[in-house]
Ligand binder design. Structure first.
Ligand SMILES: NC(=O)c1ccc[n+]([C@@H]2O[C@H](COP(=O)([O-])OP(=O)(O)OC[C@H]3O[C@@H](n4cnc5c(N)ncnc54)[C@H](OP(=O)(O)O)[C@@H]3O)[C@@H](O)[C@H]2O)c1
Length: 332
């Protein structure tokens, strides 16, 4: 195994605007195993919108392998609690094989579920939806909820959690097929295509009494429209601003409706999923229960092979995914 060659993705040019595949390069390297390392063959990796701003600053180094959440299978190990054949989660995706010390690996204990779910509904994006809505957003039963990027990994789960809490839920997305998916597969009360509809008019129709919680994934025009329609004591958990991520410094379009925060005493609060980690067991118990009861459904968009990883990342900004965008690097 010492001569094992792995293909990996390097960033070779800092993109301006939407990245192109030419900003990335597939490079072959030899995998070096230190004495206590565990050798992992990566099976699936995640691409995430937050990777985009990091391509434009020093967080992602040029001409080095990029980082991503991934799930792999252990090929060589001397650790009794990480045996050969077990599945592990780690943050060293964008490569086919990786040799890592035990401390960088988390064994996945799958309970009748696909291992891919640990990269979305039972992983970071599901946890983000759960914590953002219930903790940061302080969601209450029977409220009026708006979710943007609602057909994506975080948004689709946030909207369904709000339905479980008996809320009226409206979602925005970028195609008529996704509108159908939200209404007919995921049980949203109202959905619209923000590329063809006025966001503000659609929200008046979908949530005529106004919005108690706006789960913010997009920023810009979405925030402008939603902020103006927030109800008294409304909350805006700010999860992401994907409409801004291709702009220099991730600067969003201007928002003109902030005065409504005063009139209606609205709270807008940013969050990152890591702040919820002490409540992970509670999240997993809720989510596994909802999955078992059929109350949460999920979809995956899977691209094949390490060569497709750059286009999968770019595809997030073209709306090519419904549910979670993953890259499959090897057979399970
Ligand atoms: N705070 C945290 O800890 C945390 C953790 C994870 C994710 N996030 C954030 O959550 C948001 C969703 O992430 P995700 O992983 O679930 O991605 P995702 O929603 O699965 O994929 C991104 C989606 O965003 C939509 N989109 C792309 N460009 C857009 C634009 N200019 N305007 C409106 N919509 C656009 C596309 O769908 P359409 O076809 O609908 O346009 C695309 O499918 C992102 O903002 C991300 O940064 C935050």
């Amino acid at each position: 195994m010492s001569e094992l060659v792995s293909k990996e993705v390097h960033l070779v040019a800092r993109p301006e605007g939407l990245p192109t595949v030419d900003d990335f390069k597939i490079v072959e390297t030899r995998v070096e195993l230190k004495p206590d390392d565990i050798l992992v063959k990566n099976i699936y990796m995640s691409v995430d919108p937050a990777m985009r701003p990091a391509l434009s600053n020093s967080q992602t180094k040029l001409n080095e392998v990029m980082a991503a959440s991934a799930i792999g299978k252990v090929l060589e190990s001397n650790e009794a609690d990480i045996p050969v054949g077990s599945y592990v989660f780690h943050r060293f995706g964008f490569r086919e094989y990786v040799a890592l010390p035990k401390k960088d690996l988390e064994v996945i204990t799958a309970e009748n579920e696909s291992i891919t779910t640990h990269l979305h509904v039972l992983g970071i994006t599901g946890f983000t939806a759960w914590g953002g809505l219930l903790i940061t957003g302080e969601l209450k039963e029977n409220e009026n909820v708006f979710v943007s990027a609602a057909a994506g990994a975080v948004g689709s789960i946030a909207g369904q959690i709000a339905k479980i809490k008996n809320c009226r839920v409206a979602g925005s997305c970028g195609s008529d097929e996704k509108v159908d998916h939200l209404l007919n597969d995921l049980g949203f009360d109202y959905a619209f295509n923000y590329k063809t509809a006025s966001i503000s008019k659609a929200l008046h129709i979908g949530l005529p009494e106004g919005i108690d919680v706006y789960f913010e994934n997009v920023g810009g025009k979405h925030l402008d429209a939603a902020c103006g329609q927030m109800r008294p004591l409304g909350r805006i958990p700010v999860c992401g601003m994907i409409s801004a991520y291709n702009n220099k410094g991730a600067r969003s379009e201007g928002v003109t409706t902030l005065s409504n925060m005063i009139y209606n005493r609205v709270t807008m609060k940013g969050f990152v999923v890591y702040e919820f980690f002490e409540r992970k067991a509670e999240f997993l118990s809720d989510m596994r229960g909802w999955l078992a009861d059929g109350k949460i459904k999920y979809q995956e968009t899977i691209k094949e092979g390490i060569e497709s990883a750059p286009s999968a990342l770019i595809g997030l900004f073209r709306g090519e995914n419904t549910g979670k965008m993953l890259v499959q690097l090897a057979e399970e």
